[in-house]
Design a binder for this molecule. Sequence first.
Ligand SMILES: Cc1cc2nc3c(=O)[nH]c(=O)nc-3n(C[C@H](O)[C@H](O)[C@H](O)COP(=O)(O)OP(=O)(O)OC[C@H]3O[C@@H](n4cnc5c(N)ncnc54)[C@H](O)[C@@H]3O)c2cc1C
Length: 804
Amino acid sequence: MKNEVRAVVIGGGVVGASVLYHLTKAGWKDVQLIERGELTCGSTWHAAGGMHTVNGDPNVAKLQQYTINLYKEIERISGQSCGMHLTGGIMLAGTRERLDWLKMAKARGRYLGMELEIISVEEAARLFPLMNKEHFVGALYDPIEGHVDPYGVTHAYAKAAQLGGAEVVRHTRVTDLKPRADGSWDVITDHGNVHAEHVVNAGGLWAREVGRMVGLELPILAMEHQYLITEDIPALKGEKKEQLHCIDFEGEIYTRQERGGMLLGTYERNGVPWSPRETPWDFTQSLLPNDLERIAQSLEVGFEHFPALGEAGIRKVVNGPFTFAPDGNPLVGPIRGLRNFWVACGVMAGFSQGGGVGLALAHWMVDGDPGADIWGMDVARYGDWATLAYTNAKVRENYSRRFRIRFPNEELSAARPLRTTPIYERLQDQHAVFGDYCGLEHALWFAPSAAEANEAVTFHRSNAHGHVGAECQAVRESVGLIEISNYGKFDVTGAGCEEWLSHVMANRVPKVGRIALTPMLNERGKLIGDFTMARVAHDRVFLVCTYAAEDYYRRWFERHPAPAGVSVRPCAMQYAGLSVAGPRSRALLQSLTHEDLSTAAFPFLTFRQMDVGMIPALVGRISFTGDLGYEIWVTSEYQRALYDLLSGAGAEYGLKLFGGRALNAMRLEKSFGTWAREYRPIYGPYEAGLGRFVDLKKETFVGRAAALEEKASGGALRLLTFTVEARDADPSGDEPIWYDGRVIGWVTSGGYGHSVQRSLALGYVPKEFAGEKSGFEIEILGERCRATPQAAAVFDPDGSRMRA
Ligand SMILES: Cc1cc2nc3c(=O)[nH]c(=O)nc-3n(C[C@H](O)[C@H](O)[C@H](O)COP(=O)(O)OP(=O)(O)OC[C@H]3O[C@@H](n4cnc5c(N)ncnc54)[C@H](O)[C@@H]3O)c2cc1C
């Protein structure tokens, strides 16, 4: 075993082996994998090896596509077979809603180049004769599905990596990790120590234990998972073609051929976590006792839907654990506060995702950037709030819903309510329907009565539609009040704050008392954040941003550290917020403060400390509704008093509460983009229409050279706003944009603009199409609806209302 290497990968499951291979491929030869037993001895060896490309997040779907296409490459390099069976697959729908969902999945797959096809029950039965047609209404066919041999895949990665210079060390357990002052690590093992510049935690079932070695509690939980293999099925005898991989959503089961029989696995509703706090070190190449009783209900449905499986005997049952993050997506990337420490864990579908995870992480380590949009699996999406117990509740929920539909308007109920603001009960009293955002409750809309405070889940406009419309109308016609505590916030203080912000942000830092919007770019000139910078004082800037990305930003700020004397303090939960918006918002707020709020004294984009009633507040003249409006920030202990004050005084002005749904509708009417939708690290600021917030007059800032290039070339894409001739289902994001009969782009957000009474979508198209006035269609639930690009925002295009 070498004792000095560039990187140590801890864990020889499919994920660690893939990371090792991709590191060598990216040019790091001096890398080592340390495995405590044999390769695959964690959760990998007993996997069913199924693989597919469909995923709710198109960016993760892309990495799944990459993984499946990689197997031929590693077979060729290593000479080791991956045991690939590319049978193709069908997903069966038993209800109309499920068929709608499959149509949506097919539409989303279009712009990724996926050849998915909606087929009739008859066609499905022709392709997969084992099914009983009676139970289904249609299906989705995907030619790129099948299964691989877990042992073969893992060894092919490892061998290919070894041929690229890597070392694979078996039967050696990492027992501790000690950081050195220069950011490198001493990797302590039971067979001697290794000094490594970088460490990767690919510990799978033991990723939590490896994390704890460095003081990290990863939000991961293992669940027990069972599949069975039947005896040989007579109907398959003599069949030349292998049976398709099949998912039956109603039965919550998946099935595929295994020699002469079928393998059938299930994600049961009452899933059982395994070793919720600690994974025993002696669980090596082990399985758990079978518990067929627990999956009996699913089996019953399965045998009804696929009678030949029920008639065959059971040859073998496998019950094994594998890990999940709360949302079911992997946890990948560098960890804030730990130099050169990386994770690649929580990978619940190692044979669909392992390749993409390895690729992204290796690029991140070698080039400083994952090279793809992997926000959906970035470990930074979870903050300290994702405790073990929270993880336990969410993972169980996610496991039980593995094959259930998630509707665009659906909120999940596990681990709630967890985080609430001081006015939570006040909003409850007003019949708020809440959503969950990073564990924090926030009002989505307000029902007229407690009995109506429920939203039916649907792909179409819901029972909330009219109520949201009334909230928008109140804002546009008089004044609305919304809680905005769920925004991210940073307090940047110290004499050098302007200099530092000027370096990390693309726009100029505003003068004292003013607000500036700014993109944050990476070195490649791509969007990694959008911020509101409010200059409170010469030595203080209050930043407002997306709360979900707080850890992501903090990690970035560590890479570009503030100089001594400048403090960058995340304070999202210390500052609660309320916003009033609409033509009468000024009069309302003016009635509560002695500050002069006239346009001359307090114009658009002004920011000031002021008292509102007795409450010390930070007030900015800005609103995401795009109307005249104010954001009011107070330390949390004042929020309830502020709410009572505003609501009391508001009665006279026709004040109405509004929620996140109305805010989203109104920002679409104004063509305002938002992080993780319109603004992501695959788009540049000029493509996203944020060029006016990039100050190229500044001599230096992160991403300037690339931004300059993008400005000169115009980039490749354009963000457009469309009105859509939709019927009763609005776009919600990820729908394909068609032009002249072919897919050319994708929707990033969509909804219904109540003030303009039109269905709206924001989306990217190649810039060559940006000047076209017609010929576009947006596909909603399988139906192509005419879409018309808009030259300007559909509401108040010249911005006179927000500047009023
Ligand atoms: C019954 C079952 C069926 C499944 N079916 C499928 C399927 O059809 N398709 C699919 O894609 N996925 C499937 N999975 C999931 C799949 O198994 C996982 O996604 C995959 O195994 C995760 O791989 P990993 O490398 O992250 O973890 P692991 O396989 O657990 O690997 C982690 C490795 O790290 C080693 N390690 C940990 N700590 C240390 C240490 N301190 N020192 C040295 N070594 C250490 C362990 O020994 C282990 O070998 C299934 C899982 C189960 C249980």
